[in-house]
Design a protein around this ligand. Sequence first.
Ligand SMILES: Cc1cc2nc3c(=O)[nH]c(=O)nc-3n(C[C@H](O)[C@H](O)[C@H](O)COP(=O)(O)O)c2cc1C
Length: 192
Amino acid sequence: MKKILVVVGGGRPNGNTNQLVDAFIRGATKAGHQTEKISLNKMEVKGCIGCNACRYGKPCIQKDGFNELVPKIREADLIVFASPLLFWTLSSKIKAFIERFYCIAEEDCNPPYGRYEKYPVKDAALLMTSADDLFWTYEQAVSYYKFAIINYIGFRDKGMLLAGGCGDTNGKPQIDQTNHLQAGYEFGKTIY
Ligand SMILES: Cc1cc2nc3c(=O)[nH]c(=O)nc-3n(C[C@H](O)[C@H](O)[C@H](O)COP(=O)(O)O)c2cc1C
């Protein structure tokens, strides 16, 4: 049994992203894992302001939802980053959540080349939905995920589900007309 924290960075309440997340959670639950879903629409997490108080042993000066998330992050085996594709990348809400990892970093006396501190080592996965489904649709989002979360923070990649062709937000969510929900369920069920 693994502990899975799913952080949803926006999207409509019963939109494509939440439906994909729920399918993933159903699969992971079926496989016996413990899951928790956090919506950044409901919980405010602001971006890092770079005050560096955390570098002097002080807690983050921003009093928002991230403080509540810190113990959940520490306990989780897997953190799932979920977001609609907005202007070709992850939402600003999920980006703000990632920026705040700065305050849980620890000093590393011997960091690897290009990394300046030590982060808790977790597994990570990416769930995204979009209107387009072209070969470049997810290029920036995947690049950010791989560069920042996997290569820089150092999380271990457990995979991505990039659900293109779900329709734009001008109409009803269309993910139920694709095979992405089944794929999301299978992804959750087989993630470990
Ligand atoms: C502000 C905004 C920007 C968007 N940018 C893109 C984009 O760059 N590429 C794309 O394919 N879809 C884009 N979309 C469409 C959404 O990614 C897509 O409809 C997504 O499935 C919506 O998720 P939801 O149903 O969970 O709200 C955008 C939607 C909004 C509201």
